[in-house]
Write a protein that binds this ligand. Structure first.
Ligand SMILES: [Zn+2]
Length: 497
């Protein structure tokens, strides 16, 4: 039994300025052949789960095909070029062809993301599956997706089975990889007949409102698990990724059963109806930077602390709106954990060392929406590369390395971390690696929506999302979509006043 595994994954933010070229993909790293399955030092993910499904079964051979990293850019990558898509998909196809000719294949597992946006390819993941199908014929193709997948009926038609994460923060990639792997193996052995139903609730929502441990999405995932107790093999609901301007934008429901069409359809319709009933709860207003930081300072004065400020809509990394307010409003005991500014870092590296007092302009250079660059004066307290092993729930056990980072001490226990690219600490580890005394902070500002909560909710009294101008806003009506379906709630033409 030979099962090929490939992973080509991206969450494309089409409103960002930096295009995801083939060069950026290559710089981010692409693994081929057996190396694609080498997960040493990475923590758990889809591939470790797929490998776990096959463990101890000597008649199963997993065949590594290709696995991409993330394109190397400052912030979120925008449109993937047609060239990058065709070339990387082509490399998957040619390697699958080789395997078909040398011993054949019984199945193909694809770990995709679902929120790709490619110039000239309206539904990239469905297109990947179709190209794979053309190569492998009626060999089984099963797909895993991130919870931020934007998919529609084309995917349901293309793949034999689809499995999607149920947690945000994403903590179940291993589990979903294993679910897909087990389904694949059982199907090849003849003990399972994947039968899939699909629905498309016409709802798009900002990521910041999609946390799986809180309503409304908790309600949805609880219902998925109820269906799974009633003979559904896997019930998946992706709320989708609002910041990719694609025609299949928004939520999707995939339900897989073992040869039970009626049950699959019933569960999919129920989950569709539930999502639709929750549409208003998936859209809320959040405070802007000035108002939000003032609220946080008030909370701290009243004894509610420490507070995490989720600067959720900065998808470029150079956003300064919160930092500016923290300084202007006189807050103390805080850490701004990620201002992306490679030039400022290079300048520090060239002219300074730890202990130097410096004045420099940071952030606010990539796009006007990020805010103005800010002049800060302080002491260099860390400068260089950083390494740590993640002990928080996100990426637990992963060995992390960054080439160049710095921390500046601005006095009054105020600290700024500079990075080369958009970055957010998923636990206290990356800050501790820079020698920062995390427990002395009353405010930690993090450029993340939900992932950080897996750890930081255990540290803070309040997680406080703030909506300064940014390219991933809570208020989706400020974005200019070109390919938006007219009838999608709440921003399609049908619902616009
Ligand atoms: Zn995601």
């Amino acid at each position: 039994m030979r099962i090929a595994i490939a992973s080509f994954s991206h969450e494309t933010l089409t409103f960002c300025p930096e295009i995801s070229t083939l060069e950026a993909w290559e710089a981010g790293g692409i693994l081929y052949g057996p190396e694609a399955l080498d997960t040493e030092g990475e923590g758990q993910g889809y591939i470790t789960g797929m490998k776990a499904a096959a463990e101890g079964q000597e008649d199963i051979e997993l065949v590594g095909i290709l696995r991409t990293g993330w394109p190397k850019l400052t912030g979120y990558g925008s449109w993937i070029t047609t060239e990058a898509f065709d070339v990387i998909t082509g490399r998957i196809i040619s390697r699958l062809e080789e395997q078909m000719n040398a011993g054949g294949l019984d199945g193909v597992l694809l770990a995709l993301h679902g929120a790709m946006a490619v110039t000239g390819v309206p539904r990239p993941e469905a297109e990947i599956v179709r190209r794979v199908r053309k190569t492998v014929g009626d060999v089984l193709i099963m797909v895993t997706f991130d919870l931020h997948a934007n998919e529609d009926v084309e995917m349901a038609n293309a793949a034999d089975a689809v499995f999607i994460l149920k947690t945000y923060p994403h903590l179940d990639a291993h589990e979903i990889g294993e679910t897909a792997g087990e389904c694949m193996i059982e199907t090849i052995r003849g003990g399972f007949k994947p039968t899939m139903a699909f629905r498309k609730p016409l709802i798009v929502s900002a990521s910041v409102f999609q946390a799986s441990e809180f309503n409304p999405m908790k309600h949805v995932y609880d219902r998925c698990r109820e269906w799974e107790k009633k003979d559904v093999y896997c019930a998946s609901v992706a709320p989708g990724f609002a910041y990719a301007d694609v025609p299949d934008l928004g939520a999707s429901v995939f339900v897989v059963t073992n040869d039970d069409r009626a049950l699959a359809e019933e569960a999919a319709q129920d989950l569709h109806d539930l999502m639709w009933s929750l549409r208003k709860e998936l859209t809320r207003r959040l405070p802007k930077a000035k108002e939000g930081v003032a609220q946080v300072i008030k909370m701290i004065d009243e004894g509610t602390k420490p507070v995490v400020i989720a600067y959720h809509d900065d998808r470029l990394g150079d956003g300064t709106h919160i930092l500016k307010e923290l300084i202007n409003q006189g807050a103390e005991n805080w850490c701004s954990t990620g201002i992306a500014d490679p030039d400022a870092l290079k300048l520090l590296q060239k002219n300074h060392k730890v202990g130097d007092k410096v004045t420099l302009s940071i952030g606010g250079w990539l796009e006007p929406i990020s805010g103005e660059s800010i002049e800060v004066t302080g002491k260099v307290e860390y400068l260089g590369s950083a390494d740590w092993v993640e002990t928080g729930p996100m990426g637990l056990g992963a060995h992390k390395h960054i080439d160049l980072t710095a921390a500046l001490d601005l006095g009054k226990n105020r600290h700024v971390v500079l990075s080369e690219r958009l970055s957010a600490p998923m636990s206290a580890d990356p800050l501790k690696a820079l020698g920062l005394d995390v427990d002395s902070f009353e405010i930690v500002e993090i450029k993340s929506r939900v992932h950080h909560k897996a750890y930081w909710d255990t540290w803070s009294a309040v997680d406080y999302p703030v909506d300064p101008p940014g390219l991933g806003p809570a208020d989706l009506s400020i974005l200019e979509y070109k390919y938006l379906p007219w009838d999608i709630y709440p921003i399609g033409e049908k619902y616009r006043r």
